[in-house]
Design a protein around this ligand. Structure first.
Ligand SMILES: Cc1cc2nc3c(=O)[nH]c(=O)nc-3n(C[C@H](O)[C@H](O)[C@H](O)COP(=O)(O)OP(=O)(O)OC[C@H]3O[C@@H](n4cnc5c(N)ncnc54)[C@H](O)[C@@H]3O)c2cc1C
Length: 501
């Protein structure tokens, strides 16, 4: 029957519960950590589990870029912004496929979520970034540009205030009541040893000891995305072949999502998987290139190495840029020619010196004293490259990019052109980065079944959810999404707990 879930037990009375909790949060990234803090603040006996041996998921390795409307950093710089503009930008990147009410909730509650983190020990630098696809600068960062500087203080706060956190506990299944409409507990394995062969999809090893946790309020699925799941991602988008590199942590698989699908939970947008246009073929995973790419795209150009010509607005949203690269980089014989992104010494000061040094040390970023050296190194026709730079400099002087319509932004009061050597460059390749699809929720973070009815006791937040980002997520919008909906999911679970008791 549509909407019925696969019950593990015929009768609730048959279940030998090992433990009992008010709220269990599965996943310890931004969404899970925010949910845990919120739930304990509301007085619920809360457990957060993660299948991995370390906490934090993608959130802990993330760049910490966090876009909100109304930050002190925006105010100090006199940047005018609005919720409406924020929603409009997210919609434009998402090709209008976004679930509008979820985007509005993120826009309106992002600032509150930011405050929530500062009140729990997170420190943000006085820096404001302008990410591709955003109409105005609205991105802030915690210390050392790392999402770990958000998750760790939240987890420390939670532990200090009565929250329980366990690693190496994998959520294997949901346990429903007899009606199949209410989640009353979960099946987990403790002492689970993560091992995953992306080619065979063999995450479901048999390690660990099975336990059953009874849950009085709700289960919060903060289990993240599935970009690292080579098999599953190719099933939902055949273009995503195994040779494409991925920026995620190894645990970003579809295991939790597949479990929910097996339980007839409704999903959306699974085929929309985002490629980050700022990866480099000269390093594995996320690496250093995306950090350097921020100033390089803003204050420099990306050229096709075969011609030296630009081929896309370097500040367009991620999907436009990644699609443009994939369209041009393959040669007729199947080999790849990677585009080259570069800026001059002034543009490079748009990121910290250490980032540039690190990139040079890893041989991902290259430094050149002349444009000719840059052209020769990457085998770019010099005349084509020189013309591109001369044209670009004219556009900067006139304040209008006549070729690609890239918006120009100032750095310390002036828009940098490309004229002051040394030049800094990297080769670009798109890498699988974010999965827009996931389970369907409403503005209270309640998860829906295939019968279009909310499932009592089941909530979800963060990258596990589909809807907020439509076809493509704008950079720095995942942090607010996860924190906002993590908190909402916890509030909803505690509200239900009070109704049920
Ligand atoms: C390298 C990188 C840099 C990024 N930089 C930015 C940025 O600067 N700004 C921005 O907005 N976004 C950024 N993103 C995207 C953003 O980090 C993610 O979308 C976000 O971290 C997702 O958070 P989450 O809490 O939903 O999931 P995650 O942080 O991925 O956490 C999910 C957790 O759930 C656990 N889990 C999964 N299944 C189970 C199960 N069955 N049982 C128990 N545990 C389970 C996983 O092990 C994982 O720890 C970046 C992503 C990457 C990969």
């Amino acid at each position: 029957m549509m909407g019925m879930k696969t019950n593990l037990f015929a009768n609730e009375e048959d279940i030998q519960w090992d433990e009992e909790w008010d709220v269990v949060v599965a996943g310890s990234g931004f969404a899970g950590s925010a949910a845990l803090c919120q739930a304990i603040d509301l007085g619920a006996k809360t457990l957060m589990i993660d299948k991995m041996p370390v906490l934090g998921g993608n959130s802990a390795i993330n760049g910490g870029a966090f876009s909100i409307v109304g930050s002190p950093q925006q105010k100090e710089r006199g940047i005018e912004d609005s919720y409406e503009l924020y929603v409009k930008d997210i919609f434009k990147a998402g090709l209008g496929l976004n679930q509008r009410e979820l985007v509005e909730v993120i826009a309106k509650n992002g600032f509150e979520a930011y405050k929530f983190t500062t009140e729990r020990g997170v420190f943000y630098r006085n820096n404001l970034g302008h990410f591709g696809g955003h109409s105005v600068p609205r991105t802030i960062w915690p210390a050392i540009n790392s999402g770990g500087k958000i998750t760790l203080p939240l987890q420390a706060y939670a532990k200090k205030n009565g929250g329980t956190i366990r690693t190496r506990v994998i959520l294997d299944d949901l346990i429903f009541d007899k009606s199949g409409k209410k989640v009353i507990g979960i099946k987990v394995r403790e002492n689970y040893k993560f091992s995953y062969d992306p080619m065979s999809n063999e995450e479901d090893n048999k390690t660990g000891t099975t336990k059953y946790y009874k849950i009085k309020g709700g289960v919060i699925m903060a289990t993240g995305g599935f970009a690292y799941d080579v098999n599953f991602r190719q099933k939902v988008d055949p273009k995503l072949t195994p040779d494409l590199d991925c920026t995620n942590h190894y645990g970003a698989t579809g295991y939790a999502l597949r479990m929910m699908m097996k339980n007839n939970i409704k999903t959306r947008d699974l085929g929309w998987v985002q490629l980050g246009p700022w990866g480099s073929p000269d390093e594995k995973g996320f690496g250093i290139s995306p950090v350097f790419a921020i100033p390089a795209f803003a204050y420099g150009v990306m050229v096709d190495a075969r011609t030296g010509k630009r081929f896309v607005n370097e500040l367009a949203d991620r999907k436009i840029r990644a699609d443009a690269i994939l369209k041009i980089h393959e040669n007729p014989d199947g080999s790849l020619t990677h585009p080259v992104v570069f800026c001059d010494s002034v543009g490079a000061t748009g990121t910290r010196k250490e980032n540039v040094y690190r990139g040079i040390h890893k041989k991902v970023i290259r430094k050149f004293d002349t444009l000719k050296e840059l052209a020769d190194f990457y085998k770019i026709p010099y005349d084509g490259l020189k013309k591109t730079v001369d044209d670009y400099n004219k556009y900067v002087e006139n304040g209008k990019d006549e070729e690609m319509n890239k918006p120009f932004f100032k750095l310390r009061g002036k828009t940098p052109n490309i004229s002051k050597p040394p030049y800094y460059a990297f080769r670009a390749i798109p890498k699988v980065h974010h999965t827009m699809g996931g389970v369907v929720i409403d503005t209270e973070a309640r998860v829906y079944g295939k019968d279009d009815k909310a499932i009592e006791g089941l909530f979800a937040a963060g990258e596990a959810v589909g809807g907020p980002h439509g076809a493509s997520r704008l950079g720095s919008c995942a942090v607010p999404d996860c924190l906002v909906f993590g908190r909402i999911a916890a509030k909803s679970a505690v509200k239900l707990l009070k109704q049920r008791v």
